[in-house]
Design a binder for this molecule. Structure first.
Ligand code: PNW
Length: 492
């Protein structure tokens, strides 16, 4: 679509915040140093056959020992904030207040101090998937007691770091964590429970988020004056035809992915009605006496709604959707939706099979969020593009496809802001540097900086995309007209 693909020029608001994102398990390494407790990702990645090349995050980018180097990269990029995550088990080795690990407390204190010194705002994610193993051993997020442990952990973080941290993200992409970890078994803890655990895990996470928001609201907001949000992700769901059934199927996709969390927290304390009816009907069809989707009590609904100060949105790709009645047995999270989702073969590829580059879908997703949730303050907390790179390969420092990815996607963000009035207040690129890409290990890279995982020094080298991102950041958008952009494919 030529109109959609035209690039505009213009600036974001002067207080718009630019940054980059990482997460603890993906970059820190030092998995067994200084009393850090084990996490479900240590367990999972140490099991042979789980990760490409049997890779793990034992050393990763070694960021635990490289605060100064990492902050130097952030300075070079001239970003205004850095979104990183705290490893729960580094400060609470078994996940509970049984033992507070001072070495862990000190590490994040040093990182935050270094950021503040460099005038870079720390933005902290409390849970980016690395659950303390001891808490998985008592059932993980299926066990509602985790709402209490998560609240205790969050409160410790507010006390320790709330002086400088003013933006807290409780959970990163709980939908991916719930599905990949408990339905498909490709992420830790590696469970494959069709259509059951996935909903229970999400249920606990939603309640845990609200508990933490209320704790901050009641005890810390007045003195610390920060905000508590959550980061959600969805592909944009594009109806494959103009038929009403396909339009409704695309809406179901968005409600199951995004509304699953945003509806209870931002609309009425309860799941989207289409989720409730679909899952109940499928459950009854299985001969169950009640829905596999748990329900909230009236008191819980009151506690859930209105507990998002800002919404973090991650976007990576778009799917075409058509209605499709599923009779797969037993029904799981996918079958519950009665739809098919796929990529158009003509869309530019990335280095990951799950990602095709579809910039216009970003703008459409942001508009859907705006209308669905009453134009909430949005921070885009991640977008970025995958590249395949084997350890033996020469680094591809001229990552033209990534330059184009960021130019085109940030341009769609500018359209959403300037032309559509989406209340977007910041952007974080995924990711600062190549890192442990979950089940793909180090074979898939998203970094603005290349990391040499063969070298003990884990040398970081800027790619072309780092220079382009620096240009966009310092220009606060696109101050001059951008020449027409044509995707140079990474793969033919
Ligand atoms: C995000 N999808 O995960 C995570 O927040 C990051 O930790 C991760 O490294 C990054 O994206 C790249 O994968 C996603 O299938 C995983 O659409 C899968 C999808 C989206 C995001």
């Amino acid at each position: 679509n030529p109109v959609r693909d035209r690039l505009i020029h213009g600036l974001f608001s002067s207080n718009f915040t630019w940054g980059v994102a990482t997460s603890a398990y993906q970059i820190e390494g030092a998995w067994n140093e200084d009393q850090r407790g084990e996490t479900i990702w240590d367990t999972f990645s140490h099991e042979p056959g789980r990760i490409v090349d049997n890779a793990n995050g034992d050393i990763a980018c070694n960021s635990y020992h490289k605060i100064d180097e990492d902050v130097a990269l952030l300075k070079e990029l001239q970003v205004k904030h850095y979104r990183f995550s705290i490893a729960w088990s580094r400060i609470l080795p078994d996940g509970t207040l049984n033992k507070i690990n001072q070495a862990g407390i000190v590490y994040y204190r040093r990182l935050i101090n270094a950021l503040v010194e460099a005038e870079i705002e720390p933005v902290v994610t409390l849970f980016h998937w690395d659950l303390p193993q001891a808490l998985q051993d008592i059932g993980g997020w299926s066990n509602e007691i985790l709402t209490v442990y998560f609240k205790n952990y969050a409160e410790l973080c507010f006390l320790e770091y709330g002086d400088w941290v003013k933006r807290w993200i409780t959970f990163n992409e709980p939908s991916i964590f719930a599905k990949a970890g408990h339905e498909h078994g490709v992420h830790a803890p590696g469970l494959k429970h069709q259509g059951t655990t996935v909903y229970r895990v999400a249920h606990t996470i939603i309640k845990a988020h609200a508990k933490v928001w209320h704790t901050y609201d009641n005890k810390y907001r007045a003195s610390q004056k920060g905000q508590v949000g959550i980061t959600l992700v969805s592909s944009w769901a594009q109806p494959s035809t103009k038929w009403q059934v396909d339009i409704m199927a695309a809406e179901r996709y968005l409600q199951f992915e995004f509304g699953w969390f945003a509806h209870p927290l931002m609309v009425n304390g309860d799941y989207p009605s289409v989720m409730k009816t679909q899952i109940l009907e499928k459950s009854i069809g299985q001969g169950l006496s009640s829905s596999r989707l748990p329900s909230f009590t009236e008191e819980e609904k009151v506690l859930l709604r209105g507990t998002v100060d800002f919404l973090g949105v991650n976007y990576y790709t778009t799917k075409l959707i058509s209605a499709w009645r599923s009779d797969a047995w037993p029904p799981g999270y996918e079958e519950d939706q009665d739809l098919k989702a796929w990529h158009d073969e003509s869309w530019p590829k990335s280095g990951a099979s799950w990602q095709k580059c579809v910039p216009w879908g970003f703008r459409l997703l942001l508009n859907w969020v705006k209308h669905e949730y009453g134009n909430p303050p949005i921070y885009v907390t991640e977008t970025g593009v995958a590249e395949k790179l084997n350890d033996q390969d020469e680094p591809k420092l001229k990552d033209v496809w990534r330059v184009q990815y960021f130019v085109s996607h940030i341009n769609e963000l500018l359209k959403a802001y300037k032309l559509d009035g989406v209340n977007v207040q910041g952007f974080s690129a995924w990711t600062l540097m190549d890192n442990f890409e979950w089940q793909d290990g180090y074979s898939t890279r998203f970094g603005l900086y290349h990391v040499d995982f063969k070298s003990p020094a884990r040398t970081r080298t800027a790619k072309s995309s780092a220079k382009k991102y620096n240009e966009i950041v310092t220009g606060n958008g696109f101050p001059v007209p951008v020449s027409k952009l044509r995707y140079i494919p990474q793969f033919k």
